[in-house]
Design a binder for this molecule. Sequence first.
Ligand code: NI
Length: 188
Amino acid sequence: MAIREILEVPDPVLKQVSVPVTEFNAELRTLVEDMFETMYEAPGIGLAAIQLGVPLRVLVIDLQPDDDDAEPEPCNHDGHHHHHQPTKREPRVFINPVLTDPSDEHTVYQEGCLSVPEIYADVERPSRIRAQWQDLDGKHHEEVIEGLLATCLQHEMDHLEGVLFIDHLSRLKRQMALKKLEKLRKAA
Ligand code: NI
């Protein structure tokens, strides 16, 4: 496994439309392993292959990205510190995902993206969607998904079409976000 470089705006590769996976082989497995390792290290909760410069329809998501090595939080109910259980990871892989049946109900989440570092903005998306995808063995799955996973999956799906979450913002808000990012980069 290896940590790979995450492409950031305005890298034009992020605008590419990704192509379906046709070979469920060792190379794909390595890509997915590297995607998880890179995402956990960042840390983030979702990553599309194109963010590593690979234009394949592959997404990884884990809504529990907390570092197992993190300092335990003090707990004050008895004045003692006690150790939290390490965060249980819930890695999910979506290959060739297709989303249908978006709910009429929408949810607003404050989104961020490893390719648009330090920028967060409210994005409204359908609260619930039907997802179909393949796993690493090429096996087909289908599930109705809601909550944060639905938001995250739709955000990652956008990456496969070359769309970033800031593309959902008004032109003015998007320009402000990109200017802020430029400032942060200069300060760094
Ligand atoms: Ni993203």
